[in-house]
Ligand binder design. Structure first.
Ligand code: DGT
Ligand code: ZN
Ligand code: CA
Ligand code: CA
Length: 618
């Protein structure tokens, strides 16, 4: 699961990346309320406001509609919304503000939102830092750290100050880049609308987005159009645009409201293939390809593929032999390449899928017609890591299953946490058994869908597991994962993981590196030893598709595939809408050259159960 030292932090982080609409704004306000109440030590309100925030965020425009139709009374029918929250929503929609919010904000003028992005900085800290040092925002925080002010506070010290400093550094390192999962929907929506502008023939996104890198620096759009000015007008006037850096006939560049830049290039249709190839990149791949083109007598750039024609103007000598002196005139002839495939073909290559264009071994493989057969999108048939309201998820098992079914999946594994994670009510064996009964009941009811009884069993510090072997044996699917002691030495962490993997009735290691992009570095372990152990004990490694996890990442996947270790692609959903992250995991698998057979949950339910039964008998 998406575990942080404080679940509130998670909500803050996920919401941070989502576009601000009216309901998002409201969700953000309620999250601030949650923090305020937590700072004031109030018992139930923080969770109530957090849930309300999540519900509003999930419902989106529906909240507004509900309010329009039925006011406060109708709002109260929504999940997570009680009387006092409904009143605040009503006030917000009717007046554009919430009096209590403004009042508290005056008393406590802190940018909770951005401070909450710093991993390890909980509500209590934020309150303390304001009271003691008047820290209101990230800038104040950095200032205070540079003057060594945090270390001297009660319950702080040098070590915790250094930890926060490190977190800020991590955040800033990633700043400017955004997570693929949150940018893709925006890019899709831009492309969809641009494609409808009169005169547009083709339109797509290129760059790191098309290669499905885990983070992207900007949105690169490419179009062909008979009316370049019209599409540029439409592009620069889109509602997402905050300001225009540059507007021309072939290229425009804008800053979007979410802080990202977007570029649009308009090319003639007959060179679309070359332009798409060029702007897809990556740079190293392009450089290698251009070198190859030159060797074969072509030149290649964003404007097209050209055959180099050397016009020999050297004069023949009287003896009939060519003189070595003279001029060589290089002419170029444009080769029409309306598709990318045509470019690669002219150069004697198969077309590498964008995800593997990194300038490594893909060009050699393409030349030998030995490109890997990557797992196609849509291959995954079931999600094997899902949290529910039994622990820190927001929805019931049934609602998660229904959403999964709606998305075309055939099964999912319910993998709530175990008791070591007491603050989110991790399940003990008794509650796990109760959950099993509920799953049996649902499986009788649901048609053409299967819910597996699973767990996300905690790996304790010494590598022992948070459920007994007997309890694990009763489950269909056992995931294990680390949620504490991230800083052990490489040797200790490796030993801990291998001990956990070697226990009976363990199927999968979830989010193996525990990294959170921009927030927490990967734990340190010897990957080679972990891969060897995975092979030896028949443990599947997870590709966690949640946008800020992306764990394993592409390079690890490549090594796992080479080592013959099996993988599972899971969303780690803790709300129904997170199930839609699955293709992001498929993208990571593709970037790691994984084929369908490498991914265990491309099997249908029958094949999967047979495979697991056989594995656990070994
Ligand atoms: P990003 O934006 O940092 O996530 O990464 P990209 O790969 O989208 O990079 P970007 O936006 O700077 O450029 C888009 C593509 O344009 C890039 O993947 C390849 C191509 N490109 C840009 N600059 C160069 C260059 O100097 N040489 C070559 N050969 N290609 C380039
Ligand atoms: Zn987890
Ligand atoms: Ca880019
Ligand atoms: Ca760019």
């Amino acid at each position: 699961m998406r575990l942080m030292s404080n679940p509130l932090e998670l909500t803050a982080h996920v919401m941070y990346h989502i576009r601000m609409t009216k309901s998002k704004e409201l969700a953000k306000i309620f999250l601030e309320f949650a923090y305020w109440h937590q700072i004031n030590n109030e018992p139930f309100k923080p969770r109530a406001y957090e849930l309300a925030g999540e519900a509003i965020e999930a419902l989106g425009d529906e909240v507004d509609e509900t309010w329009r139709k039925g006011g406060i009374k109708a709002l109260k029918e929504l999940p997570g919304i009680g009387q006092s929250i409904a009143e605040k929503i009503d006030e917000y929609f009717s007046t554009g503000k919430i009096t209590e919010y403004d009042r508290i904000k005056k008393r406590f003028p802190v940018d909770i939102w951005s401070l909450a992005q710093v991993q390890g900085l909980g509500a209590k800290h934020i309150g303390q830092l304001y009271q003691a040092l008047k820290i209101k925002n990230l800038k104040d925080l950095k200032n205070a750290i540079s003057r060594d002010k945090l270390a001297g506070l009660p319950r702080w010290g040098q070590k915790s100050q250094a930890k926060i400093a490190k977190q800020i550094e991590l955040m800033e390192h990633e700043s400017g880049r955004q997570l693929l999962g949150y940018v893709l929907p925006i890019a899709d929506s831009l492309v969809e609308r641009l494609a409808q502008v009169p005169g547009v023939k083709r339109c797509t996104y290129a760059g790191s987005l098309r290669r499905k890198q885990e983070t992207v620096g900007d949105i690169d759009l490419l179009a062909t159009s008979s009316k370049p000015e019209t599409i540029m007008d439409a592009f620069t006037a889109m509602p997402e645009v905050e300001s225009v850096h540059e507007k021309g006939k072939t290229r425009s560049s804008v800053r979007l409201k979410n802080g990202l830049d977007a570029d649009l290039r308009v090319a003639p249709d007959k060179v679309y293939g070359a332009a798409l190839q060029y702007f897809t990149g990556d740079k190293r791949h392009n450089v290698l390809l251009r070198e190859l083109a030159l060797k074969k007598g072509f030149s290649l750039n964003e404007y097209g593929l050209f055959r180099l024609k050397i016009k020999d103007k050297r004069l023949k000598t009287k003896s009939g032999r060519r003189s070595t002196v003279g001029t060589r005139d290089v002419g170029r002839e444009l080769i029409t390449c309306t598709t990318e495939e045509a470019i690669y073909k002219k150069l004697g290559l198969n077309t590498p899928p964008p995800e593997i264009r990194v300038g490594d071994q893909e060009i050699a493989a393409a030349a030998k017609h030995q490109l890997p057969k990557l797992m196609p999108y849509g291959s995954v048939k079931g999600d094997l890591q899902v949290q529910t309201e039994w622990t820190d998820g927001s929805a019931s098992i049934e609602d998660m299953a229904k959403e999964a079914k709606k998305l075309g999946l055939e099964y999912l594994a319910v993998t709530d946490h175990t008791q070591a994670l007491a603050f989110i009510h991790g399940l003990d064996e008794k509650r796990l058994a109760e959950q099993g009964c509920e799953i049996d009941r649902l499986n009788k009811k649901l048609k053409d869908f299967r819910i597996l009884k699973g767990t996300e069993c905690d790996i304790l510090k010494d590598g022992s597991l948070d459920l007994t072997a007997a309890a694990r044996q009763k489950l269909d699917w056992v995931g294990i994962s680390i949620h504490s002691h991230f800083n052990l030495s490489r040797a200790e962490q490796t030993k801990r993981l291998i001990r956990a993997m070697s226990q009976p009735y363990v199927d999968c290691l979830f989010h193996p590196t525990c990294r959170l992009i921009g927030r927490r570095e990967a734990i340190d372990f010897d990957l080679e030893e972990i891969l060897t152990a995975a092979k030896k004990y028949n443990i599947i490694l997870e590709i966690n598709a949640f946008p800020d996890r992306s764990d394993l990442r592409d390079l690890h996947v490549r090594l796992a595939v080479q080592a013959g270790v099996k993988l599972a692609i899971n969303t780690d959903a803790h709300a129904p809408e997170h199930l839609a992250f699955l293709p992001l995991g498929e993208a990571i698998a593709r970037r790691g050259w994984a084929a369908k057979a490498d991914i265990i949950n491309t099997k249908n339910i029958k094949q999967l159960m047979t495979w697991l039964a056989k594995k656990n008998k070994l």
